[in-house]
Design a protein around this ligand. Sequence first.
Ligand SMILES: NC(=O)c1ccc[n+]([C@@H]2O[C@H](COP(=O)([O-])OP(=O)(O)OC[C@H]3O[C@@H](n4cnc5c(N)ncnc54)[C@H](OP(=O)(O)O)[C@@H]3O)[C@@H](O)[C@H]2O)c1
Length: 340
Amino acid sequence: MTPTKNRRIVLAARPKGEPKDSDFRLEEVDIPSPGDGQVLLRNLYLSLDPYMRGRMSAGPSYAAPVPLDGVMEGGTVGEVLESKSPVLGAGDIVLAYTGWQEYAVAPADAVRKLDPAAAPVSTALGVLGMPGMTAYTGLLNLGQPKPDETVVVAAAAGAVGSAVGQIAKIKGCRAVGIAGGAAKCEYVRQELGFDACVDHRSLSFVDELKAACPQGVDVYFENVGGAVLKAVVPLLNNFARMPVCGLIAHYNMSALPSGPDWSPALMAAVLTKRLTLRGFIVTDFEAQRGEFYREMSAWFRTGRMKYREDVVEGIENAVGSFEGLLCGRNFGKLLVRLAR
Ligand SMILES: NC(=O)c1ccc[n+]([C@@H]2O[C@H](COP(=O)([O-])OP(=O)(O)OC[C@H]3O[C@@H](n4cnc5c(N)ncnc54)[C@H](OP(=O)(O)O)[C@@H]3O)[C@@H](O)[C@H]2O)c1
């Protein structure tokens, strides 16, 4: 039977601190029809990413927030059910940005056709998509790793961090990961091939990190901020580089933390060690998309770039899974499977 209803998740309230279930609403609406130049998509995968926490807040940011009662934004991989465009046909699989919903209409020129024979289509949301490109462009342009240097990255078992460390290894560096818990650290060392991985929840984390970086740290790829950043800064070498990619430990903060102001110590390190810190958004490097795709695909095909997905089933589990992403319950690139 042809489905007629679309289930989608809208933002019902702007979260204060950690997002909670009542900040979202699952709605059932009619499936839309495509107009000229558009396609109707049945979404197969929805990507859940930390940046979505920013879209839930109204404060100033690099992108506009999702409006209240608006469908939550997000990258998707979908199958074309109906096409009113000459460039796509029913059955094509595409990468799109249609948000937290099972069906969507999109302009054909706003989606990218995928080749399911080249790689599993879900990788277009992970290692061969936005998170992979974030790792590639941020590390190579801003981190500028050189052979034998030490590269440290946190959230190392996740979508971005796992690729950062593997690219660092390909470039001849010592790769040190930081991750939450023994299982993730074991995976980062054994499966991904990092030289070391330290558990940021360990009581002796600061000492263990120091022991894992006997030559200091030349590149710190910043994904988390908070206590991890505080532990890394004393280990940074002169002229170290810090691509500031994400600060996930801060995303649920609604006020500055109490306690001593740490910024003078941080700025003293920036000055005396002549550090380079630069924030970036992956779209800053849009011109390198082709190069990223060529190089990352080659590493992927030859087994030098491994990845792990954490796939949850059904749109009704998107909210809980997103809440878990912000506190480390995911293990690998977090995806919601919406259809098979
Ligand atoms: N600048 C850009 O354009 C851009 C693009 C994509 C992603 N990002 C950023 O890159 C970072 C990683 O994103 P991702 O998609 O790869 O997510 P991910 O690593 O797959 O998942 C997030 C991970 O962050 C870690 N984490 C959460 N709270 C933490 C805390 N307080 N301290 C330490 N670690 C914590 C958890 O891992 P553990 O269990 O290991 O702690 C969690 O699994 C995020 O900060 C994200 O915002 C930036």
